[in-house]
Ligand binder design. Structure first.
Ligand code: PEP
Ligand code: MG
Length: 857
């Protein structure tokens, strides 16, 4: 009934109840049934690697074991021949889903101990037995680890361990190998069902019903006469992905001991000490060969666990090298360049979310660092922002466009929206697998956890550092999620490093995606980032952000307070060259790529001071009585400013503002033409439109300005005028609006606000409750409401295109970078999505994934 040679042997059922199979080259092993490890071992068998005999238990069997069904362990053991020594390893469907610890040396007992003492010496026999008893006590009997801590291998330690086991369990240590195996299988099966294991794997995307396969393998002992030992080898650097042999070997050892013990030696010849290459050059050469074969046939960079017994090598296991995001990308590109996988496979191997880790700035190590707390760097990259203590405050801060750092004792699932809104996270408690750490890494959000020397008082809204310094809500701090240090103030940052592999992978992604990706960029710095990330243009430039600089704010306020049209014109004339310079810079950076400039949008009172002190200063600056200034500011105040005098309404009531902006845009276009740079066809976008007539009025204003600039400069230039669809009415009336618009861009932030009648600034207060109670499946400001807002998008797109077949369609709200919105837009036939510059690479890759996995038509 045994197979002397596993390779090519037929599948054999050991127990009709449980159906487990020996892993042979032809056995029906699948990762869905038996897990990835079983499948991987089968691949190793197929490429002729010396894998010891192994049996795979499918997930269904393991589930039955967890439910208490007895398993015929004697039958499994018989499969390995008389008196075997075996190991059991977890084999979930996806290696990222974790699993219980491997148990080695099952089958060890007093009789084997005596025999081994004869053949391998007392010390080796004691050490192995002790190790098994300890592992068994901890992982199978689940006894307190303290009872076995600090036991150095010796006959006395072994005696004490056996005694401790017997006392605690009220029975002697089990001698019967079948009983041992049965206990091991049951404890591993049950560990998988535990709440912590379930939560951890679900955080990694495992489905509710994810099962666990197990593999039972004949041990290669790694101890004894001749060259004996074990080691782990990998062929790339896990941090950078650069080809390089790393790992360790330790004589007279088992499993992954070599990675834990300081006396382990190098694999490759090394000036720092002994190496396996020196000790056993043929074995080292075999390992290199195995590595290359694995890479080619398993189409992956693997870490190989090997054991040498009296000069003979066995390969026990191979796992995907655990790698940083940077290494993952580099490895995928290298595999494609070597023809091991296709470019499309390489694209699909890199999770879009993983890119964000590569895109974050890092704290410049040469800059000053005012450290006020130290914790665990749980999610790399650095971010600066104002301290907030609640998720609601983080959401409010994000809606004001102010980066913030969410500081919590620890985070919980209801903080997820706050984390989405924050630039970084700092928690007083928690470790690498705490909620904040797991979610932070998932979101690519710089995160420090376990900064336990901080004292946080959420009620007082203060943070006391170990040195006594007190920080308050609103204070600026920097979290360095790479080093785990929290710094006071805004640290000097280094831009993210985008290497060749990054660019190559994204160029492959670009080759397959079926929707354009632009960036929302308001400043030259944003535009430069957009260029670096190879956005196909600017989809939204919010021009009002250009007026918040101190010197411009003064002129802006003069314009707002002008008593006469003449005074207003004078203030605008001073703003004109500043705006022109802004646009010249943007056009210059974008080198002929489309730039979509949105005309002035916010209510004017946003530019006025709100405090009495500020009003007094303004009165002085404008040389007007304080009462005048106050009265004017009050007159501009609105009950509902987001539904008031803003967007195109300002453009109609005060047409001089849009005229100035149009003039600046056209003069910048002319300047670029004079320079002989790539010609620019500016796109001008009108915000908050709800009626066709609004567009007509603004269009005639802008056409007149264009005609005048053309006449004055003698340069002919084109431009495109479009409409931002942010009100439900604009979507419904898109058919007639498109008569005057070359493009429609859906501003889904305002459109969501207006469709729900839900304030984007205040919704954070009750959004958690709404989502928890299932009123909304998700926060619609974060994840596009495809049913409601989405329907308006479809209506607008269809009606607009019915009027004008070549109408350009896009989305530019915060939803633009989400993979679900990208999918929605490409299905609706949109031309592009526009998102914040840092999300551009992620959006490019996500769009490629969609095109590859879910092609349209
Ligand atoms: C929008 O409303 O979706 C938009 C992009 O504009 P803003 O966020 O500036 O209102
Ligand atoms: Mg808007």
């Amino acid at each position: 009934m045994l197979h002397p040679n596993p390779k090519g042997a037929a599948v054999q059922k050991i127990d009709p109840l449980t159906d487990f199979s020996e892993i042979t080259a032809t056995a029906a092993i699948s990762s869905a049934r038996h897990g990835w490890r079983a499948k991987c071992l089968q691949r190793l068998v197929r490429i002729d690697l010396p894998v010891p005999r192994t049996v795979a238990l499918p997930a269904a069997t393991v589930r039955a074991i967890a439910a208490g069904q007895p398993v015929d362990c004697a039958a499994i053991l018989r499969h390995f021949g008389p008196d075997p020594l075996i190991s059991v390893r977890p084999s979930p469907e996806n290696p990222d889903w974790g699993g219980p610890a491997t148990i080695l040396n099952i089958g060890f007992n007093a009789a084997r101990h005596d025999r081994l003492a004869q053949t391998h010496g007392q010390a080796a026999a004691d050490a192995l037995y002790l190790r098994f008893v300890q592992g068994y006590a901890l992982h199978v009997a689940r006894l307190d680890p303290d009872m076995f801590e600090g036991l150095e291998p010796s006959a006395e330690a072994l005696r004490r361990a056996l005694q401790a086991y017997a006392t605690e369990m009220e029975e002697p240590f089990p001698e019967d190998p079948a009983r041992q195996l049965s206990d091991v299988l049951r404890s591993m099966a049950r560990a998988w069902e535990g709440t912590t294991a379930r939560l951890l794997r679900q955080a990694k995307g495992a489905p509710e019903a994810a099962g666990l396969g197990l593999v039972v393998q004949e041990m290669a002992q790694g101890i004894g006469a001749g060259l004996s030992g074990s080691g782990v080898i990998q062929f790339v650097d896990p941090a950078s992905g650069v080809p390089q042999v790393t790992g360790r070997y330790l004589g007279q050892s088992q499993g992954r001991d070599a990675l834990r013990q300081p006396e382990a030696i190098y694999l490759t010849r090394d000036p720092r000490g002994a190496s396996l290459q020196d000790l056993a050059p043929e074995i080292y050469a075999d390992l290199l060969r195995f590595g290359a074969t694995c890479r080619k046939n398993l189409r992956e960079e693997m870490q190989v666990e090997f054991t040498i017994e009296d000069g003979h090598m066995s390969v026990l296991d191979a796992v995907k090298v655990v790698r940083s995001a940077r290494a993952g990308l580099r490895i995928a590109v290298a595999l494609a360049e070597d023809g091991v996988i296709s470019r499309n496979d390489a694209v699909l191997r890199v999770e879009p979310r993983a890119l964000s880790e590569l895109l974050h700035p890092q704290v410049d190590p040469r800059g000053a660092r005012d450290v006020f707390a130290k914790g665990i760097g749980a999610s790399p990259g650095a971010a600066t922002g104002k301290i907030v203590f609640t998720s609601a405050a983080a959401q409010a801060s994000a809606s004001r466009g102010e980066p913030c750092i969410l500081v919590r004792r620890e985070t919980a699932p209801e903080d997820i929206r706050g984390m989405h809104s924050a630039a970084g996270v700092l928690t007083e408690r928690g470790g690498m697998t705490s909620h904040a750490a797991v979610i932070g890494r998932g979101l690519g959000l710089p995160c420090i956890v376990g900064a336990s020397d901080l004292r946080l008082d959420a009620r007082e809204k203060t943070l006391i550092a170990a040195d006594g310094r007190c920080l308050r809500e609103g204070d600026l701090i920097t979290v360095d999620g790479t080093t785990g240090e929290a710094l006071v103030g805004a640290a000097t940052m280094l831009p993210p490093a985008l290497d060749d592999s990054f660019r190559k992978l994204l160029s492959w992604a670009d080759a397959v995606r079926d929707i354009g990706i632009r960036a929302n960029a308001d400043t030259p710095a944003d535009a430069q980032t957009a260029r670096n990330f190879e956005a196909q243009g600017i989809g939204l430039c919010r021009t009002e952000h250009m007026f918040f600089d101190e010197d411009r704010l003064v002129v802006m306020r003069e314009m707002i307070f002008a008593d006469t049209a003449q005074d207003r014109a004078a203030a605008l004339a001073r703003l004109l060259p500043m705006q022109r310079a802004d646009f010249v810079q943007l056009f210059d950076i974008m080198q002929g790529l489309p730039v979509c400039i949105r005309l002035f949008d916010p209510p004017l009172h946003e530019f006025l001071p709100h405090s009495r002190e500020g009003l007094r200063e303004l009165a002085e600056a404008l040389d007007k009585p304080l009462s005048d200034v106050t009265r004017r500011a009050e007159a501009l105040a609105e009950f509902n400013p987001m539904l008031g005098m803003r967007g195109v309404r300002l453009g109609i009531v005060l047409p001089e503002i849009y005229a100035m902006q149009a003039q600046a845009i056209f003069e910048a276009t002319v300047e670029i033409a004079h320079r002989g740079s790539a010609p620019v066809v500016p796109e001008i976008m009108i915000p908050l439109v709800s009626a066709k007539r609004e567009v007509e009025l603004v269009k005639s204003n802008i056409d007149a300005v264009a005609a005048s600039v053309r006449a004055k400069s003698g340069v002919t230039f084109d431009f495109r005028l479009g409409v931002m669809v942010e009100t439900p009415r604009a979507a419904l009336r898109a058919g007639e609006i498109a008569q005057h618009a070359a493009f429609l861009s859906f501003g889904t932030n305002d459109l969501t606000q207006m469709t729900y009648g839900l304030s984007r600034d205040d919704a954070g207060r009750f959004m958690n409750t709404y989502v928890q109670q299932g009123v909304f499946a998700e926060d619609p400001f974060h994840s596009l409401d495809v049913d409601g807002v989405g329907e308006l998008l479809l209506i607008g797109a269809e009606r607009g295109r019915a009027t004008r077949a070549d109408l350009t369609l896009s989305i530019c709200g915060e939803h633009g970078g989400n993979p679900e919105s990208i999918d929605f837009c490409r299905r609706a036939g949109f031309d592009y999505v526009s998102c914040s510059p840092y999300r551009v690479p992620q959006a490019r890759l996500a769009a490629a994934h969609l095109a590859l996995t879910d092609p349209i038509g």
